[in-house]
Design a protein. Structure first.
Length: 294
């Protein structure tokens, strides 16, 4: 398996966007079967550069996360990144997770502070980490890893000091050892471009800053997601969603919207795109086809 930093460097040299997909560990055996036997094989036909697998709140899916990463790498020979969070874990426990991941062939980790289980208040485990930059530092010390981190074009929902302070903290995470940034979902490209320009111009950050895009498949679902993560839904987008008669129309509108959004992002220099697939293949496949990337 390859280091994701090298994949990004190669795509940049070729002047091609780097394409990645994100999956989450299902909660049921049926979901596991559908993901591994249907959705992932369908998305592999699009020939992504890499994929990632999320880590449940409080590390609740760490075993399943590692299993899925190992399965994708072994069955599809595709570089796969494991998410890792600080929540309710000591440094020793995190080092154990990383050691196990390395034994499974993992070379890439997305370092996150993470969400506490049940949406409660974040608590630092004794001997654990409070901030994701500390996790980045620990991973850097382990060696033989490519480290990604998360960025927030509208600022992190819990950063009360404002987005510029949040962006300064992101710049520090990069200086601590992160090789690339994947953004939270957003729907106004102006937020992404301001975010990137600020990090480049004010903080000298040169690593790839990859836009994370979530194709809309349900009006209710996207409203819940944005409320949870603090991303905004522009008024014209809300009006268009509300004009759709049902979820099938919403899904087709979501494909059209994401296609236009991504075309502008790529045309204006985004290094690639990270699709939040929601463990589904249809919308991502259609968008990739529309962009001529399939």
């Amino acid at each position: 398996m390859r280091f994701i930093r090298d994949i990004h460097a190669e795509r940049h040299a070729e002047n091609k966007p780097c394409i990645s997909f994100e999956f989450f560990p299902p909660k049921t055996a049926e979901g596991d079967k559908a993901l591994l036997e249907k959705h992932i094989p369908a998305l592999m036909e699009l020939k992504p550069d890499y994929c990632s697998v999320t880590y449940g709140a409080g590390g609740s899916t760490k075993e399943k996360t590692a299993d899925i990463v190992e399965s994708v790498q072994n069955q599809h020979q595709l570089t796969t990144m494991m998410h890792l969070t600080c929540v309710e874990a000591t440094r020793s426990e995190l080092e154990g997770v990383v050691a196990d991941a390395k034994n499974r062939g993992v070379k890439n980790v997305l370092a996150l502070r993470g969400d506490p289980p049940g949406g409660g208040e974040f608590r630092v485990a004794e001997g654990g980490f409070e901030f994701s930059y500390q996790l980045v530092e620990m991973l850097k010390e382990q060696g033989d890893l490519s480290i990604g981190t998360a960025g927030f074009p509208e600022g992190h929902i819990h950063c009360t000091e404002g987005k510029y302070v949040d962006w300064e903290r992101l710049a520090n995470k990069v200086r601590c050892g992160a090789d690339f940034v994947i953004t939270q979902l957003f729907f106004d490209n102006a937020d992404y471009f301001e975010f990137v320009d600020h990090l480049r111009d004010k903080h000298g950050i040169t690593v790839p800053i990859v836009p994370g895009v979530l194709p809309i498949i349900s009006a209710g679902l996207i409203k819940r997601f944005t409320q949870l993560c603090g991303a905004k839904l522009p008024d014209p987008l809300v009006e268009q969603l509300e004009a759709c008669a049902n979820d099938d129309e919403v899904k087709e509108f979501g494909i059209e919207f994401a296609t236009k959004q991504l075309k502008e992002l790529i045309d204006r220099g985004a290094p690639g795109v990270h699709f939040y697939t929601l463990n589904k293949a249809y919308s991502t496949t259609k968008i990739m086809q529309n962009l001529g990337l399939a």
